[in-house]
Design a protein around this ligand. Structure first.
Ligand SMILES: NC(=O)c1ccc[n+]([C@@H]2O[C@H](COP(=O)([O-])OP(=O)(O)OC[C@H]3O[C@@H](n4cnc5c(N)ncnc54)[C@H](OP(=O)(O)O)[C@@H]3O)[C@@H](O)[C@H]2O)c1
Length: 226
């Protein structure tokens, strides 16, 4: 399948590498390819992009619009405060009719750590994206765990923990659930409901950040017991 990954940070790199390793044709999107490749710094959990690309020559780098146009399915792995602008740059016409797996979190670091949520309670970033791109099938998922777990859940508790999906389109959620299970190895995928349920998936992230600090590891996530 042709996969578009918007974002060059730790999440974008992880999703692009995994999808490519499965034989999918991946384009990873960034604002400016040359500027991104010229960087010598790397974000949290990421590698310097030029070094990462040398290790993953099968993944093409392009603009956000090129990555969105390329993907039959598209992942949003961009900084949440910039996601709406990134998706506008990607172009509604390049996202129309497609599933957009929204992995982003609306984290506002402008007042330092810990970050606050730029939208919460009565709205969510996923809903803002869905409203802005009504022709796109937004499915919120994978935002509640660290990037390495997204594509390798078995490294923790034998994989006996949960990923969530939220979205208005039942077929899109079923397809993302299939991808999580068959491509990424998830055993437990919980459908939280329509896109408004992404509020919960986003608002649990501040708890996740505190757990990471308390446990001194990002390798911790949520298991639902009922
Ligand atoms: N890190 C994790 O383990 C983790 C886990 C769960 C969810 N998430 C969420 O996943 C998303 C990606 O996280 P990340 O750690 O991989 O990377 P990140 O540093 O949050 O985001 C990197 C991407 O955002 C783009 N970006 C940043 N500021 C921008 C701006 N002002 N305008 C346009 N684009 C901008 C960058 O574009 P360029 O490529 O052009 O620089 C880059 O592609 C975030 O929303 C994060 O909250 C992260």
């Amino acid at each position: 399948m042709r996969v578009g990954v918007l974002g060059t940070g730790g999440v974008g790199q992880t999703l692009a590498a995994k999808n490519s390793s499965l034989g999918h044709d991946v384009t990873m999107g960034t604002r400016d390819v040359q500027a991104a490749l010229a960087r010598t710094d790397a974000g949290w959990g990421a590698k310097v992009l030029s070094e990462w690309q040398a290790e993953h020559p099968d993944v093409k780098l392009g603009t956000f619009a090129e990555a969105a146009a390329h993907g039959e399915i598209v992942f949003n792995a961009t900084a949440g405060m910039a996601s709406l602008a990134v998706l506008q740059a990607a172009g509604a016409e390049n996202l129309d009719g497609k599933i957009l797996v929204d992995v982003s979190n609306p984290l506002d670091f402008s007042s330092g750590m810990p970050p606050t949520l730029s939208v919460c309670n009565t709205d969510s970033l996923a809903e803002q994206i869905q409203r802005s791109f009504p022709g796109t099938k937004v499915v919120k998922s994978l935002n509640t765990m660290t990037s390495s777990l997204m594509v390798d859940p078995g490294q923790l508790a034998g994989g006996d923990h949960h990923a969530f999906v939220s979205g208005d389109d039942e077929e899109a959620k079923a397809e993302v659930t299939r991808i999580l299970q068959e491509w990424f190895g998830w055993r437990n995928v919980l459908d939280l409901g329509d896109i408004t349920s992404a509020r919960g998936a986003e608002m649990i992230v501040p708890l996740w950040l505190r757990l990471m600090g308390g446990l001194q590891t990002p390798l911790a996530t949520f298991k639902v017991v009922s």
